[in-house]
Design a protein around this ligand. Structure first.
Ligand SMILES: Cc1ncc(COP(=O)(O)O)c(C=O)c1O
Length: 303
């Protein structure tokens, strides 16, 4: 994990440690986009290279990164398929629902089938391979789909405003000793689902929690929000959630954990950098979300 980028690091992995799977999923979550340990000039994405070597399909989760660019290429065009959530908290939204992109005709056909009972309702498409095409009835409603067309058109200006807000805030936050704003590598574009700051209590001279409480006290209350504008943590690492710690997910027998050949070990310390960031350094902020602007009237209410 590269702490300054909130991104997983990549080190060449021996074949023995690649799980026997056919799909690798990677999320562009919160952080600088994908696999940032590869140098900014390195054109080959290490995860894609590894996936190709092991015949894995790569599914990108770009729900928090529509419009982001990794080494000159838009996320959503790197893996074999990409999912974009359009739930209410995303850069653009339709209430619920989402989009899957792929440039593979077979995957596209299977996705259409899965979305709709697993059956081709129009017929005559010449699809004979429908192996495992269980339909999950994940259809987006026509109304939501219509909203998404308009929302997609709004994405570029919304991103511009979000990035301008982050740049404005970062330029000022960078002047505060002990608080580090997000880093963006050359050739990459960060679209800031949130603006994450790194806090160093030894430099600031107070705890992260005290600092966040003091800033919060200056803000409007968050009664109409489900998440505060600033808080001292993000959601806990997945493996520390009770479901993984207790290893009970579906039914009392512990399935699917009980079905694993080797009992997985989700002990604390598994991802030390992630845990250190969560416990001590990470500050999560949402000041930069549109409709917030950097217009002078908002910067200084007295002018
Ligand atoms: C990275 C990421 N993937 C997936 C989801 C879930 O999307 P949905 O609620 O549309 O299933 C979220 C958050 O909601 C997310 O942040």
């Amino acid at each position: 994990m590269a702490a300054s980028l909130f991104s997983p690091t990549f080190s060449p992995t021996s074949s023995a440690s690649i799980p026997k799977a056919s799909v690798a999923e990677s999320a562009h979550e919160l952080k600088h986009s994908w696999w940032s340990i590869s140098s900014a000039t390195q054109r080959t994405c290490p995860i894609l290279a590894l996936a190709r070597e092991h015949n894995l399909i790569v599914i990108e989760d770009a729900s928090q990164a529509p419009g982001a660019i990794y080494q000159g290429r838009k996320v959503g065009g790197l893996g074999d398929m990409t999912v974009f959530s359009l739930n209410y908290h995303k850069h653009i939204h339709t209430g619920e629902g989402g989009i899957v992109t792929t440039d593979n005709e077979d995957y596209a056909e299977h996705l259409r089938l899965i979305r709709n009972h697993g059956e081709s309702v129009v017929g005559g498409k010449g699809v004979d391979d429908i192996v495992n095409a269980f339909g999950l009835n994940l259809r987006m409603s026509e109304l939501a789909a219509a909203l998404s067309v308009t929302q997609l058109a709004k994405l570029p200006p919304l991103l511009e405003r979000r990035i301008a807000n982050v740049e404005y805030l970062s330029s000022r936050i960078a002047q505060l000793p002990g608080i580090t704003p997000p880093v963006v590598r050359p050739g990459c574009k960060h679209v800031y689902y949130d603006q994450i700051l790194l806090f160093d209590s030894t430099v600031v001279g107070t705890t992260r929690e005290r600092f966040v409480d003091a800033v919060s006290a200056e803000l409007p209350t968050s009664e109409d929000r489900d998440w505060p504008l600033i808080c001292a943590r993000y959601v806990d690492p997945l493996y520390l959630l009770p479901m993984f710690q207790k290893q009970i997910a579906i039914g009392a027998s512990g399935w699917p954990f009980s079905a694993a050949a080797a009992k997985p070990d989700y002990k604390r310390g598994l991802c030390p950098v992630t845990e250190r960031l969560q416990e001590h350094h990470l500050i999560f902020t949402e000041f930069m979300r549109p409709p917030c602007t950097i217009s002078p009237s908002r910067v200084s209410p007295t002018t």
